[in-house]
Design a protein around this ligand. Structure first.
Ligand code: AMP
Ligand code: GLY
Length: 421
C-alpha cells in the first residue's frame, strides 16, 4: 500500500517508523516531515490544513491510506474532505474532533453519556464567570473552550489567579478559543493517559502512558507540550482500564454515534485517578506527543494493522499482541523552551546513535541543511528506548541523550521518577 502521514513532529516520526516495519507498506510519504523522517521516507511540502490540496496530492501519488497526526487538520475537516473524495483515512471527522476542539462540547457529551468528570459551568461573559469563581472558591480550573496549543488551561490555586485568567481569556489572549470559557472543579489525584482505537462503534485499547508536562526536573517550571513519557502507566490497572472503557469510552462512543457523528481514529483519554477510580480530564482526538513515541516503540509493525483495521471498521476482530515490555522517551528541547528559543543551532552525534527495534532517536523540530541537522523548534529530539524493565528502557534512553552533541539543548534527568525515583 501507498501510505501518507500528515504531520512533522516526533509523533509522526514514530508513526512513520512503525508503519515502515510493516511489509504491507510499499511506499511511505510524510507531509511535511522533518530531517529525521526524511532519512526513512519521502517528505512532501504540502499545506496539510487544506483538504483539497492533500486530496489532489493523494490522487497524483496513488495513496491508499492516510494517517492524520496532529489535531489542526482534523479540526479543519481534512479527514472529511479526504473521505468525501473516496480515500481511506485514519482520523476523526471535524464534528467528532470537537471532543478535543471544544472543552464545553466534551462536557456536554460527558453529561449525556453519564461519564465521570469534574463538575463544571460554561460562560461567554466575564461577569458571571467571576461570580461563579468567587462562589466556588479556589482551587479551581479555568479553560478556554477552543484549541489553544495546550496553553488554554489555568489550574488556579487561588481566586486571584482564576479571576485574572478570566480577564486574559475574555481579553482575547487565546483569540477565538477563549470566546467561551469552561470553569471546572479541581480534581486531585494522579494523571495518566489511555489510548483507544475507535471505528465509530468498537474500541480497542492500545496502551497507557504517563507524560511529564513541566519543563524542569522535579516537575518545576512552566508547562510544556511534554518533556518525556513512559508506557505502560502502572497506575492504570486492569480494573481501572475496565472501568474507563465501561463508564467513559463506550458511553462516549455511543453518544457520538447517536448524534450522527461517530468517532473514528485514536481517542486519547486523559484521566485523573484517585482511590482506585478514574475521572475524565480531557479527550484529544490524536496520539499524544511524546506518548505516541513510546506506544509505537512497543507496538511496532502491528500499529499499522491496528490503525488500518480502525479505518476499515473491523476493530471488533482486531487484537493487540502485547509484549511484556516498557518504553521511555526523553525530550531534548531548545534552551529557553517553552518560552523563546533560538532556531538553527547545529546538532551533532546523531549518526552514532543506535537505531534498533529497542532504541530510536525520533526527530521533532529539526531541519536538514547541507548534510547537517539543525534545531527548528522547541521540542527537537525524542530519544526513545524499550526494555524488559522501565529501568532498562531509561538507561538506554539516557545513554542516547548523553551521546547527542547539542550545547544549545536541555532535557529533564528524572523522566519516570514516579516509578523509579
Ligand atoms: P487539559 O488540556 O484539559 O488536559 O488540561 C491540561 C492539564 O491541566 C491537565 O493535564 C491537568 O494536569 C490539568 N487539569 C485540567 N483539568 C483539571 C481539573 N479539573 N483538575 C485538576 N487538574 C486539571
Ligand atoms: N503530551 C500531551 C499531548 O500530546 O497533548
Amino acid at each position: 500500500m501507498n501510505i501518507l502521514i500528515l504531520g512533522g513532529g516526533g509523533r509522526e516520526h514514530a508513526l512513520a517508523w512503525a508503519v515502515l516495519q510493516n511489509p504491507k507498506c510499499d511506499k511511505l510519504i510524510v507531509a511535511p516531515g522533518n530531517a529525521g523522517i526524511a532519512k526513512i521516507a519521502e517528505c512532501a511540502d504540502l499545506d496539510i490544513l487544506d483538504g483539497g490540496v492533500v486530496g489532489q496530492f493523494c490522487e497524483e501519488n496513488a495513496i491508499d491510506f492516510i494517517i492524520v497526526g496532529p489535531e489542526a487538520p482534523l479540526a479543519a475537516g481534512v479527514a472529511d474532505d479526504l473521505r468525501n473524495a473516496g480515500f481511506l483515512v485514519f482520523g476523526p471527522s471535524k464534528d467528532a474532533a470537537r471532543l478535543e476542539a471544544s472543552k464545553g462540547f466534551t462536557k456536554e457529551i460527558c453529561d449525556a453519556a453519564g461519564a465521570p468528570t469534574a463538575g463544571y459551568a460554561r460562560f461567554t461573559e466575564a461577569g458571571p464567570a467571576k461570580d461563579y469563581i468567587r462562589a466556588q472558591g479556589a482551587p479551581i480550573v479555568v479553560k478556554a473552550d477552543g484549541l489553544a496549543a495546550g496553553k488554554g488551561v489555568i489550574v488556579a490555586m487561588d481566586d486571584a489567579t482564576a479571576l485574572a485568567a478570566i480577564d486574559d481569556m475574555f481579553g482575547g489572549e487565546f483569540g477565538a478559543a477563549g470566546a467561551e470559557v469552561v470553569i471546572e472543579e479541581f480534581m486531585e489525584g494522579e494523571e495518566a493517559s489511555f489510548f483507544v482505537l475507535c471505528d465509530g462503534e468498537n474500541a480497542l485499547p492500545i496502551g497507557t502512558a504517563q507524560d511529564h508536562k513541566r519543563a524542569y526536573d522535579g516537575d518545576e517550571g512552566p508547562n510544556t507540550g511534554g518533556m518525556g513519557a513512559y508506557s505502560p502507566a502502572p497506575v492504570l490497572s486492569d480494573a481501572i482500564q475496565t472501568q474507563v472503557m465501561d463508564q467513559i469510552v463506550y458511553p462516549t462512543l455511543r453518544e457520538m454515534a447517536k448524534r450522527g457523528t461517530p468517532y473514528e481514529g485514536v481517542l486519547y483519554v486523559g484521566l485523573m485517578i484517585k482511590d482506585g477510580a478514574a475521572r475524565l480530564v480531557e479527550y484529544n482526538c490524536r496520539f499524544g506527543d511524546p506518548e505516541c513515541q513510546v506506544l509505537m516503540l512497543r507496538l511496532g509493525a502491528q500499529a499499522f494493522d491496528l490503525m488500518h483495521a480502525a479505518a476499515e471498521k473491523r476493530l471488533d476482530k482486531a487484537r493487540v499482541n502485547w509484549a511484556d515490555d516498557h518504553a521511555m522517551t526523553v525530550v531534548l528541547a531548545a534552551d529557553g523552551y517553552p518560552g523563546s528559543y533560538e532556531k538553527g543551532t547545529e546538532i551533532k552525534g546523531l549518526d552514532a546513535l543506535p537505531a534498533t527495534s529497542f532504541e530510536v532517536c525520533f526527530h521533532a523540530g529539526t531541519t536538514a541543511d547541507k548534510g547537517r541537522v539543525l534545531a527548528n523548534g522547541g521540542r527537537v529530539l525524542n530519544v526513545t528506548a524499550r526494555g524488559a524493565t522501565l529501568q532498562e528502557a531509561r538507561d538506554r534512553a539516557y545513554a542516547m541523550a548523553g551521546a547527542v552533541d547539542w550545547p544549545e539543548g536541555f532535557y529533564r534527568r528524572d523522566i519516570g521518577w514516579r516509578i523509579l525515583g
